[in-house]
Design a protein around this ligand. Sequence first.
Ligand code: 4AZ
Length: 525
Amino acid sequence: CRRFPILAITLAALAIAPAAAGAMTITPRIVGGGTVSTSTYPWQALVYAGPYLCGGSIVSTTEVVTAAHCALDEDGDPWPPAQVQVIAGRDSQLIADGQEASVDSIAVMPGYDPAAFANDAAVLTLSAPLTTGLKVQPIALPAAGARTAAGTQLSVSGYGTTASGADQSSARLQAATVSAVSDTDPTCGPHYIGAYVADVMLCAGAPSRDSCQGDSGGPLVTQDATPLLVGIVSFGDGCAKAGASGVYTEIAAPSVRSFVGAFLAGGQPLEVPRSFTAPSLQGDLTSGSTLTCSAGTWSGATGFTYVFRDGSGMVLQRSDRTTYVLDDGQIGDSVSCKVVARAADGQRASAVTSVAGPIGRSAAIVVAPVVETPAPAAPAAASAPAPAPVVTPAALVDRTAPTVKVLSAHCVGRRCSLRLRVSDRGFSAGIRSLKATLTTTYAATCKRKGHRSRPCKRSVRHTLKARRAGKGTTWSVVAPRVRYGRQRFSIVALDRAGNRQRHATTRTLTAKASHKRSKKSSKRH
Ligand code: 4AZ
């Protein structure tokens, strides 16, 4: 149930997809989907949450149901509503039509535990109502307790990947027919022992048809004349894998039905804190000084947690303290603060400050002489407040993949080197390794039988060693003798908990026969 990064879109899908808009029957193709239109699936919403792609179901003009795991950021806090966008009535991610809606508040189903899978439901309340029409219509919910019988034909739709592990989402909306599978079927409960909670989940599948990464949060509906939303795409063991059904949050489960139903007209929704003025960071941007994060104004908040992060997104401090003391390690870096507000009934909401930086050297450090004599036991700047400890909630498990940022990159002659910062958001079990590859593209002469030799390009690939550069999070990669030409470095980090960076960090340099440093010729990924 990993969220799928909004990165690339299958352009090829556009070229090969037949115009099936409006077709009621879905032709199984690729991993079982067919291209459809929101005029047939008008309850389908596209949900961009932070950097991730998810699906959603329009249940009223102002409410969209999605998965809880789509609504939460890497720390397990609801995304700041400003970082969530809902789009209705859009058939292709490449065509900016339909209705774009902003989100006012995010409610996550009580009892959702990011470390488990149960209660994977959330409701996004939009800032302004959607206009209903041919391509935008709410879908009705089943009654509480009206569970879906095994064998019922259902439709699942979304813009997710069309193959398990694929690195591109589908440009165009896809849908597939799957059948409800009994909780006790070997592909369902017994296959997901320890994860499957029959009370609040539903399995569905069909040979080579399934939901997949990026479809999370999206609708599973009946194929009746008046379709009902019976499930939310939640998780699965791969996609369309023999022996493993897809798992959905079951809307008809009484607890899920009452959570979602409370948001529909006439209901009493849970109170979710709301931010009215953005939080802010105050203080001197120099090492040794104290930054104060102000929560801004909120409604419905009974308490706050403050998360200070560095420029790479690494958590510096997470606690109820509003202050953070900058230290030398942050010189040249930047800091931001996320405020997480809690309501009395457990709902939370977050908002973030803008990024403050770069952080400078404090005056005390600038004037401190290089120590030639043995250092005194107490540091000269003893009056400066001690840096606050980094708070890592011990109860957390490392579930997030590490990320790599390029700090510097250059080639001098044939030697190219990169300095990298590796971060592992939230609680980290530590970085195990970095896989670095270099693809060199150089000018060559190509000969083909019966043709004259002509200039062409060739590529070679090498694996490189990445080494920790001193203490902390800095690593380096050096290619000592490259061929002159274009050098494309690709780095993927793996942490000790087995989380692998999904999309490689890349950097392209040019090695030229001169002793000047080459210019960076492309941006980082
Ligand atoms: C996912 O990663 C995901 N086959 C969603 C659904 C399924 C598998 C993975 C079910 O979002």
